[in-house]
Design a protein around this ligand. Structure first.
Ligand SMILES: [Zn+2]
Length: 347
């Protein structure tokens, strides 16, 4: 029996086994993958762009990509708790969210009062499961199961501020994961790279006065939600720990790659992140229905390479990727295939 087949069978039968530290020079490394079919239960209603097929297309592609199989370790996880999400959201917002969620009847879909996010019967529990995926990624990385983890979750999270769900987001999963990494594992400095076509106003809001989490976003401007001007660089002790880059409509990946290399990389020489997290929105892809940028699949591979280089240089290769937006299922699958191919060093 071929080794690859044996490995595939083992990954079905056994929990992921710790692998040797992937050194920065390693050309191939394992990735812990997180997905749960219950993400489909968050129902946004007919015709809504944030639908389950966006994520399912990615999972189907990866599971059928034989050359990836030896490198991908699909891992189970549990939902975040209220205590976990209170690390980033105010109790008042979580009370409101729980109250509004409790009022949703089976089969009903209604908007969250704080802004443009739909609630169905399972929405909050699905969001808590997505936050749990981010925390499980941290565990996988910090316990050396694998230096890289990628969570294919929904609903997305980066528009959720401390006090408000909006932009299809209820809970800010990557922020929950960052605080968990700091409190559970004592990580001092975290870089969050947000490549979604939209500015991650929620993540910026949560860490705006914080010097332990550096938030970088390169996003289309003008576009929803309108925040993220380059002049927004943080406040208080967080001044200098937020970096925003505007990208004009129609741009390909050249501008974001330039920003990573010429603006972010020098800043990281000073900041020296111990863990790199990526808000992996894929709605900057050419042809996306909610954005007007034109990133190619090769562009996503180049972006992954540039982020991987930063992680290798400063963070022992530790990278946590988390899906955000991306509204054309086939494009999402293509982009993630390109990213994973780069991360594992396999075409
Ligand atoms: Zn987006």
């Amino acid at each position: 029996m071929k080794l690859r087949v044996i490995h595939a069978l083992l990954t079905l039968l056994l929990p992921c086994m710790p692998v040797e530290h992937a050194q920065a020079e390693d050309s191939q490394a394992a990735i812990t993958m997180l997905y749960d079919a219950r993400f489909e239960l968050h129902d946004t209603g007919p015709g809504h762009p944030e639908r389950a097929s966006r994520v399912n297309a990615i999972v189907e592609r990866l599971k059928h990509k034989a050359s990836f199989t030896p490198f991908l370790c699909w891992t189970a996880f549990t939902p975040a708790t209220r205590q976990d999400v209170e690390r980033v959201h105010s109790p008042a917002y979580l009370d409101l969210l729980e109250t509004e969620q409790a009022s949703v009847k089976p089969g009903q879909i209604r908007p969250l009062s704080t802004g443009d996010t739909m609630l169905s019967k399972a929405s909050l529990s699905v969001a808590m499961l997505a936050s749990g995926a981010g925390m499980a990624e941290v565990d996988a990385i910090m316990t050396q199961q694998s230096p890289v983890a990628f969570a294919l979750v929904r609903p997305p999270g980066h528009h959720a501020t401390r006090d408000r769900g909006m932009g299809f987001c209820l809970i800010n999963h990557i922020a929950v994961a960052a605080r968990y990494a700091q409190q559970r594992y004592g990580i001092q400095r975290i870089l969050i790279v947000d490549i979604d076509v939209h500015h991650g106003n929620g993540t910026q809001d949560i860490f705006y006065t914080d010097d332990s989490v550096f938030y970088f976003s390169a996003h289309q401007h003008p576009l929803y939600p309108g925040s993220g001007r380059p002049s927004e660089t943080g406040a208080g002790k967080g001044v200098g720990f937020t970096m925003n880059v505007d990208i004009p409509p129609g741009s390909n990946e050249g501008r974001v790659l330039q920003a990573i290399q010429q603006q972010l990389a020098p800043a990281m020489q000073q900041f020296r992140p111990e863990l790199v997290m990526v808000s992996a929105g894929l709605d900057a892809h050419a042809g996306d229905t909610l954005g007007a940028l034109a990133y190619s699949d090769a562009g996503y591979a180049a972006i992954a390479k540039a982020i991987q280089s930063l992680a290798a240089q400063h963070a022992k290769g530790r990278m946590l990727w988390m899906l955000e937006g991306g509204y054309v299922p086939a494009n999402n699958a293509n982009a993630v295939e390109a990213i994973i191919g780069t991360l594992v060093g396999s075409p």
